[in-house]
Design a protein around this ligand. Structure first.
Ligand code: ARG
Length: 590
């Protein structure tokens, strides 16, 4: 189904052609003076130059053609040459009825759907998740849902960090604490136990301890490095411990991601890409892509048009060790081989931008990907505390994601219990849904690249531009619909939404019609905050309408009653679709 703004543009373009002007001037946009009109066309102003006429003359020409068009209630030429448009209520209602009958409210899908891998996890085993991981997960999950909604095949990959010295550090520390573990007995050749010799909490305590200890103890640091090397080269005991770390971490991570309403199609690990490295390195060398620089193997990725210095992409250090780059490149090789995607999208902290630029250039230059494969990076800003500094715990450490969720949920729970009489159990369930909405909406309502302030008070407020306010609107509609059901009346399936009877109703209807336009913008710009903006306006317009309109009344005839119920159901449906794209759900009551 065509977007409303495109439908009107067609008519206006037609008028330009009829009057002998180029149709390119007939583009219509949403009005930036909603107090004067709903849509506007500024084409006469630009056309004036080409046709050497006063803009107002051209605007009047167009208005003359469109005056009788039943889609417009009012169309006027305004000095110096604007065309102001207000739609007829009949046309608006008809458009809403079409939206109501179509799948996904008539939103057209991408005509050339693609296969896309979205890399938006990046947690590291043996290390707790932190706020940056949360942003990646929250933004990535929403983008993945938007891609799917638009008809693409989107595959989310957690890309677990399980390769490198942290693993060696944990094992070295374990060895220091429990030297008698069977894994450290070099003469042992039997099977290792299925049960890990540590819990997730132990694991999370061990890593920071080991990391701190290694800073003051070079011998220990050396040992950890050695262990990492042996582990990566097949040492049985260390490999078994590493496997335990993976299992324990993955079980825990899955729980946390589930709480965040985030799920990954793929649980691939950095270590999965390692087998691709030797052939990749050989390929780089054989084809003359790589050169030796100070003993290290690098690929130059500078381009003539660069205005800033782009360092070469380092593939192997002078001691032959691989780097973060190497793993990401090998992961690209693996993804191309297993999935052959059209597009790979990475979502990480924006400080990694230059890093990814280097990796992408290297992958393109060395033809690890096809010419048309799109490699794209989205960098997000920092989540700050109220003091404007990166969010930390009270003791200054990184905040565990789980505590963050709990903090928000507890606050919502407190509010629910304060205001309402709800059974404790239900209140807990509701709080977990509303808390998640508060957290995710608080994050997603900002443009991703911007820093933002994490403010529990504001995020959990039931008023204003917040997740809870959106949910509150949905819950309110649900309860009206429930009340209507209880009257015993039903809606005739052939009923229609009728033309607006008041300005708040008209405003609400107009906002509803902008759904497809907004989804397309969110998709093209990879911008979930567009969805937030839209639903906040929608909820607001609903609220104004609701305050002055009785939805259920004996005074209404069947048609008017049906129209109101159909319209608020449509608002509910759109809000539910939008929050699903943002990655959270609504409770039945709150
Ligand atoms: N594990 C990394 C970290 O915690 C993030 C990985 C991001 N994804 C990637 N393909 N490099 O910082």
């Amino acid at each position: 189904m065509k977007k409303l703004v495109d439908l009107i543009s067609e008519d206006v373009k037609e008028a330009f052609i009829q009057k002998g002007y180029d149709e390119k001037y007939g583009i219509v946009t949403t009005s930036n003076r909603p107090d004067l009109c709903q849509y506007q066309c500024n084409g006469a102003l630009s056309a004036a130059r080409e046709y050497k006429k006063a803009p107002i003359v051209i605007a009047e020409d167009i208005v003359e053609v469109l005056k009788e068009n039943s889609r417009f209630k009012e169309i006027t030429a305004i000095m110096p040459g604007f065309i102001n448009i207000t739609l007829s209520d009949e046309f608006l209602a008809e458009y809403l009825n079409n939206m109501n009958r179509e799948k996904d409210f008539g939103c057209e899908k991408d005509s050339a759907p693609k296969k896309i891998i979205i890399d938006y996890g990046g947690p590291n085993i043996a290390k707790p998740l932190h706020v940056g991981h949360m942003r990646s997960a929250v933004i990535g999950e929403s983008l993945k849902r938007i891609f799917k909604f638009m008809g693409n095949e989107a595959i989310g990959d957690v890309h677990l960090g399980d390769w490198g010295t942290p693993m060696g550090l944990v094992i070295a520390e374990l060895k220091r604490r429990k030297p008698d573990l069977i894994y450290f007995d070099e003469s042992y050749t039997g099977e290792y136990p299925k049960e890990a010799p540590f819990t997730i909490s132990e694991l999370e305590e061990i890593y920071p301890a080991a990391s701190a200890y290694s800073k003051e103890n070079p011998e220990f640091r050396e040992e950890a490095k050695q262990i990492t090397y042996l582990m990566q080269n097949g040492h049985r005991g260390y490999m078994a411990l590493w496997k335990h770390m993976q299992d324990v971490s993955v079980t825990d991570l899955k729980k946390i991601y589930e709480k965040l309403n985030v799920s990954f199609e793929l649980w691939k690990k950095e270590s999965d890409a390692q087998p691709y490295i030797p052939d990749m390195v050989k390929y780089f060398k054989d084809n003359g892509y790589a050169r030796i620089s100070d003993g290290a193997l690098v690929v130059d990725v500078k381009e003539e048009t660069d205005t800033k210095e782009i360092p070469p992409c380092m593939i192997l250090k002078s001691d032959g060790a691989t780097l973060y780059h190497t793993t990401d490149l090998a992961t690209i090789v693996e993804r191309m081989k297993l999935f052959n995607p059209d597009h790979i999208l990475y979502i990480t902290d924006k400080r990694q931008e230059l890093y990814f630029e280097t990796v992408f250039r290297c992958a393109k230059k060395t033809k690890l990907v096809n010419e048309n494969t799109k490699l794209q990076f989205i960098g997000f800003g920092t989540m700050n505390g109220k003091d404007g500094k990166p969010f930390k715990t009270r003791d200054g450490g990184v905040l565990r994601l789980e505590y963050l969720i709990k903090m928000v949920t507890d606050e919502v729970y407190r509010k629910i219990m304060e205001n309402r009489t709800m059974e404790e159990e239900e209140a807990k369930e509701v709080a977990s849904k509303v808390g998640l909405a508060a957290l995710k909406y608080g994050d997603l309502s900002n443009q991703a690249s911007k820093d933002y302030v994490f403010d529990v008070e504001r995020f959990t407020s039931f008023e204003g531009n917040t997740g809870p306010y959106i949910l509150y609107t949905i819950v309110r509609i649900k309860s009206i619909l429930e009340k209507f059901k209880q009257t015993g009346k039903t809606i005739n399936p052939d009923s229609d939404i009728l033309p607006a009877k008041s300005s708040t109703e008209r405003e609400l209807m107009l906002q509803i019609t902008k759904f497809s336009d907004m989804i397309h913008a969110a998709y093209e710009e990879l911008a979930p905050h567009r969805i937030c903006q839209y639903i906040y306006d929608l909820a607001d317009k609903f609220s104004s309408f609701y305050h002055e309109t009785k939805i259920i009344s004996e005074d209404y005839d069947d048609k008017r009653q049906a129209s109101l119920i159909l319209m608020i159901s449509l608002v509910e449906g759109i809000l539910l679709t939008c929050i699903d794209l943002l990655g959270f759900e609504a409770p039945d009551r709150m």
